[in-house]
Structures are given as structure tokens and as C-alpha cells.
Design a protein around this ligand. Sequence first.
Ligand code: URP
Ligand code: ZN
Ligand code: ZN
Length: 463
Amino acid sequence: MSVLLKGGTIVSTTGRTKADVFVEDGKIKVIGVGLDKTAEEVLDCRGKYILPGAIDPHTHISMPFMGTYSQDDFETGTIAAACGGVTCVVDFDLQQKGETLYEALERKKALAEGKVCIDYSLHPAVMDPRPEVIEEVKKACRDYGTPSFKIFMVYDFRVDDATMIKLLEQTKKWGGLVQVHAENVYIIQHMNEVLAREKKLSPYYHAVSRPNIAEEEAISRASKMVELTGSRIYIVHLSSKEGLQRVKDARDRGIAVYAETCPQYLLLDESRYKEPRWNGAKYVMSPPLRTKESNDALWQGLSAGALQVVATDHCPFDFKGKKDMFGKDDYKKIPNGAPGIETLLMLLHSEGVVKGRITLERMVDVLSTGTARMFGLKDKGEIAVGKDADMVVFDPRQAFTISQKKLHMNVDYTPYEGMKVTGMPFAVYSRGRKVAEWRKDRMHFTGEKGHGRFVKREPFSTF
Ligand code: URP
Ligand code: ZN
Ligand code: ZN
């Protein structure tokens, strides 16, 4: 299959170039002005950007959690991803008790097999840190192609600080990256007790129970472990101004603490928990939404380079049927998480680039190029000769009003209902195959179930 994109503006982390892009056998083969090539598919891209496909390194597909499952599977989740301009996901693979990391990976790959519509990889989440599992980090980095390891400092399946230290020692040796959900569990437990005594159990108190200081303390502590071991960490879904300050402090001291944030922490604030008719439950996620002050600090951090990646933490649960299954009378029982994979690129472009909070080039970095670099996706993240032809032809002027009815995620709401955005994907390619396109008033999936492949990633030292 060959494709010729004609006359578009290619965007990289450092600038823009008007040129044609010729793709063959899934790879970008030639880039040049006025290319004289015949191709099976030719697309007029004048007036449009050619962006590397967004990479979402934080998704929870078919994940067992809080007595239920996150609702998107590898088919629905990656159809939604493609329609939003995301061409690669790195999903979390939660190790079960007694499993090796290898077994956990094979179990999750079997769920993706024949279903996944774009390329994907997995981060093993270490939840049963037996000595042989800590040792297995070497194989995960060198052989399995999964050199990033998620740990939780909260939830029932959290690991203790000693485990964190052991994992950091291993990842330092083998070029891995520990990803941390950083919240102080004891602060949260204490707040939960206080709020229960006061019978404060509505969704709003989810936010009260997890104050900024819980994130700040956990990031500080994790950073100290990095200092001790000389390794590196990556803070997932960073939400607060105070947490960001701790990341900056560590890096100012030469400690390798990286961080991602998500659109919900840039755009939404805690006032959402007070929406009528129990609507606040839609935003019950951990960490919780913060204040506008934190929103602003995160935009600033994104623009200035203190944050390296924007991901989604896509973890959808229906408002009717899942969010209210156990938690109607107690915020602690509402499944934590929200949908977001399909709205990532449109929100970052419209709220970030169009509103002048970040440049277009910075957007490409935090959604694609920097993400590929962080997670060892060496064939992805750039419009460059030799890279996978994962591309978004993007119309920066296309208006769209976000509405769950026009999206593809397998869930009954979007946190951004009614929001107007400027700029939408026009055509999305995964290894040269068109997987989604704009028609009339929305995106349509044009790809094929099972087209996606598992991608082996490179550890830090080899990338
Ligand atoms: O609330 C969230 N974020 N749910 C998904 C699990 C996690 O902590 O990332
Ligand atoms: Zn988390
Ligand atoms: Zn998550």
C-alpha cells in the first residue's frame, strides 16, 4: 500500500515545513517538495498540518478495578483512539498474585490479539513484588520490550517504599523506567475516616479526601528514592501545582524525575464535583481535579518543559450502571476513572495551541516525539524518513462541538460535553493504513480490527 500526502505542513518539535510525504509498506519513505510519485492513495493536504500520530502512554483497557472493569476493550478503545488521532497506546498490565511479569504480559496480549486496531505496547504494573519478579525487570527491559514498570503508592495493591527502592535499583541497571502513581495513602486514609465520621460522603468529598499535599508528599518521597539509587522515575497523571513544584525541585538538583499530566488536570477543576444530580461522580478519579491555580501552573509547566508528556489516564465507567453501582452513598466506592482517549489531541490543540498556552511544536513534543523518546518507541513519534507512517492530517480550522453521541468510546458520557473545539483530525494513518477520517460532522473509523501490532520498546540505555 502506498500513500502520497501532498502539500501539507509537516510539524516537528522544532518547526514546520511545507512538503509532500510518500509512504510505502507502512513506512515514511520520502519527504520532499513537489514529489513526483504515483501512489494508490493521494491526499490533498493543502492548508492542513501533518502531525505524527499522538501516543497515549496511559490507558486502562479492560482493567479489573474497584469491583468492576474499565469498559473499553482493545477494539472499542483503539477505534476511539484512532478517531481522535492517537495511533499508539501503551496500556497498563496489572500483574496478578503469583504471576510472573511475562505471564501477565501474555495474558493481556491475548486480550488484544485480533481486536486491537492501532499499534500498542504494555507497561507491566508490579503488584506482587516477589524477589524473582524484581529480578525479571532485566528480561522485561532486554527481552520482552517492556522497559517501564508501573507502581502504585495507593490502592489495596500499592507497593511499599522498600519495593520501590529495589525496582529503582533494577531499572537503573537495565535502562528501565519506574512510573509512579504518587499519593500518600496514610493522608487519604486519615481524611476518609474524618469525612466518614462527619457523614461527608458525596462525590465532592472524594477531592477533599485527597488533598494536594498527599500528591506533593508522595512525589517528594519517591524523588528521594531516585536520589538514593541514581535511577529515574516518571510521575503519572500529575495534578497539582505543589506536586509540579516537587518535580521541578528534584530536576533542579539533577535528579531524574519526569512527569506527565492529562487534559483533565489542565482543563477541569474541583467545582465539577458540585454539579447537581450527582453529576460530580463523573469526575471521580485519582488524583482528583484541583483548582484553577493548579490548571494554570500545569499549563505553564507544560509550556516551559517541566512536564514532558500529556497522556489521558483513559479509564471509562458508565455514569449510569457503573459509577453508581456501589458508590451512590459513598464516594470511596465510586470506580475511579474517566474517559479521555478520543479527546486528547482536539483538546490540546484547541485549548493549548489555539489559546496560545503552548506552541504547535510543543504539542507535537508532548503528544508524540517526547512520548516516543520517553518510552523507547524508536519507530514512532516523528514525521521522518524511516519512521512508521503513523500520521494525522489535521485541519486546524475544523470546528467541532464535543458530544458523546459523536464519539466512539464505549461509555455513556464525556467530561467535555458541549465544549467547542477548533481543529480536528482530517485523516489518520496507522503504518500507512487509513484508520479514521472526517466526514461531514464527525470522525469515522475506517480501519480494521486486528490491524494493530504489539510493539517492542527499547530501554533507556539503547535509545
Ligand atoms: O482514577 C484513576 N486514575 N483511575 C485509573 C487508575 C489510576 O490510578 O490510574
Ligand atoms: Zn493512577
Ligand atoms: Zn491510570
